[in-house]
Write a protein of this length. Structure first.
Length: 248
């Protein structure tokens, strides 16, 4: 179950997100009549508001400045093609290890002539927000920082976890057995990504609700902050897609 509360104020640089979100989260009302956010809930926050609070806004007055911002966040170009408007669409690996269009540099919902970079360290952002919420709410929910990305060979974009605290981000089912007794050898579920995607169904860019709370996943919420969403990035030695078929 997921709820995206109204009333999240505009976020600007140096805002304390936990303090801003506390009254909003106190006001969450669930279908069973209960209110607020508890220990087993997961608070999912769009990376855009996290970046705004962390002052990640940069100048992008023209295409050259926007491309320069993308260059600064790019580690490796995965693919590119011309755009109808004469620019370039670039799919790149950014400094966080994420493969995204334009390195995650975003020019939507920001002042004209600017662009927004992803948080410097989304896992640390999630940890800090979690500590702040714990101090103010008296509960310790899990926290996910989410961002939108496309997927190879699939149309449409989905939200995924780029930062996490207090969440078991992967559920490793290898070694367990299916209903026919066969041992699972490769199944590892990206739990944090699935929660982020579920949350996006009720928040979304157009609705002006950048935060959602997911209930019913208490079994993956942990007392400790955990290893974070950085562990979801597939290491190069496991990445069959960065090499050609013959080399693989």
């Amino acid at each position: 179950m997921a709820v995206a509360p109204e009333g999240v104020p505009n976020v600007t640089a140096s805002d304390d997100l936990a303090a801003l979100l506390t009254p909003v989260l106190h006001g969450v009302v669930w279908p069973d009549g209960t209110a607020g956010v508890g220990d087993g809930d997961v608070v999912v926050i769009s990376s855009k508001v996290v970046s705004k609070a962390e002052g990640r806004l940069v100048a992008a007055r023209d295409d050259a400045e926007r491309e320069s911002a993308i260059d600064g966040e790019t580690v490796r170009v995965v693919a590119e093609r011309p755009k109808p408007d004469g620019g370039r669409l670039r799919i790149v690996e950014n400094r966080l290890g994420l493969v995204m269009a334009a390195a995650g540099v975003d020019t939507s919902d920001v002042p004209p002539g600017t662009a927004l970079l992803l948080p410097e360290d989304p896992d640390e952002s999630a940890r800090q927000i979690r500590r702040g919420l714990n101090a103010r709410l008296g509960s310790r929910p899990g926290v996910i920082v989410s961002d939108t990305a496309g997927r190879p060979w699939r149309r449409g974009v989905v939200d995924m976890a780029i930062g996490a605290a207090g969440i078991t981000v992967l559920s490793d089912l290898r070694g367990t057995r299916d209903q026919y007794g066969r041992e699972l050898e490769t199944t590892v579920i990206g739990v944090a990504d699935e929660i982020a995607a579920a949350a996006e169904l009720v928040k979304g860019k157009i609705s002006g609700r950048p935060v959602a709370v997911v209930r019913g996943m208490a079994h993956v919420v942990t007392a400790e902050d955990g290893e974070g969403a950085g562990s979801l990035v597939r290491p190069p030695e496991e990445d069959m897609f960065r090499r050609g078929v013959r080399e693989t």
